[in-house]
Design a protein around this ligand. Structure first.
Ligand SMILES: O=C(O)CCC(=O)C(=O)O
Ligand SMILES: [Fe+2]
Length: 253
């Protein structure tokens, strides 16, 4: 079973890298602008079971599985069984929430714009997370989503394709509009903040508070993947024509 999960994660990791390469190409940014960050990526998976409920809805607290939230990294690749319960909501044009500044959890929970994601065999749901929103200046906004309980028990795998814990994300070339914070977002800090915010009573959170983990995260040793090292690496060997090459090779497979 362990091997199966490790294999599944490996496959998702490969898909995540391909999707990032295609995203680089689509955005017109140098090859490696995104994938440099995912070397030693903090990829992880949530294996979820939602209990059955006497009624189903995508609104309100009754029948709520997970309240509305964006996720925090680059890409979410989600698989679900045939039961259904996932809803996504496109961000409004003028809606520029910044989940790294202030929690967007629970935002517009009862809005009319939620779209049900019908389960389809063999189909994954993919959407961008907070780091992608920041790096593209909201061109690819972090997608709010939520899960409603259903009349049957539901299983889902939510895979998170993430930067390295040590990475400091910066706006991508051509998407730098002076968005805040100006000195980038340290992924490990954002991830830790999200964890502590979402699980305030967990023993891990208590331990992190007791040891002043936030201060430790600010140490240079935990910020080894800076934008300079990323852009240097890109300049030394990658180019847009490389991205085009990847694309044409991909077509032939
Ligand atoms: O159940 C799902 O389909 C998605 C779960 C989710 O949003 C999460 O774990 O963050
Ligand atoms: Fe999520």
């Amino acid at each position: 079973m362990r091997n199966r999960m490790a294999e599944y994660m490996d496959h998702l990791g490969e898909s995540g890298e391909k999707l990032l390469q295609l995203t680089e190409y689509g955005l017109g940014v140098p090859e490696g602008s995104l994938t440099r960050l995912t070397q030693d990526g903090w990829h992880h998976m949530r294996v979820l079971r939602f209990p059955q409920h006497n009624k189903t809805n995508g609104k309100g607290k009754d029948g709520r599985g997970i309240g509305s939230h964006p996720d925090y990294g680059l890409l979410i690749i989600a698989a679900q069984d045939d039961v259904g319960g996932l809803f996504v909501r496109p961000q409004y044009k003028d809606e520029k929430f910044a989940n790294w500044k202030q929690s967007s959890a629970g935002l517009k929970e009862d809005d009319d714009e939620w779209v049900y994601v019908p389960p389809q065999p063999g189909v994954f749901t993919v959407f961008p997370g907070d780091m992608m929103q920041y790096m593209t200046n909201s061109y690819l906004p972090s997608t709010p989503h939520k899960v409603g309980l259903n009349r049957r028990e539901r299983y889902a795998f939510a895979y998170f394709h993430e930067p390295s814990f040590q990475a400091v994300a910066r706006p991508l070339p051509g998407y730098d509009a002076g968005q805040e914070p100006h000195d980038g977002i340290h992924y490990g800090t954002h991830f830790t903040n999200m964890f502590m915010r979402n699980y305030p009573t967990r023993i891990t959170t208590q331990r992190m508070l007791a040891e002043d983990r936030q201060r430790k995260l600010a140490e240079p040793a935990l910020r080894t993947m800076t934008s300079e090292s990323v852009s240097e690496a890109i300049n030394s060997q990658a180019s847009l024509s490389g991205a085009a090459r990847f694309w044409s090779e991909g077509q032939g497979q």
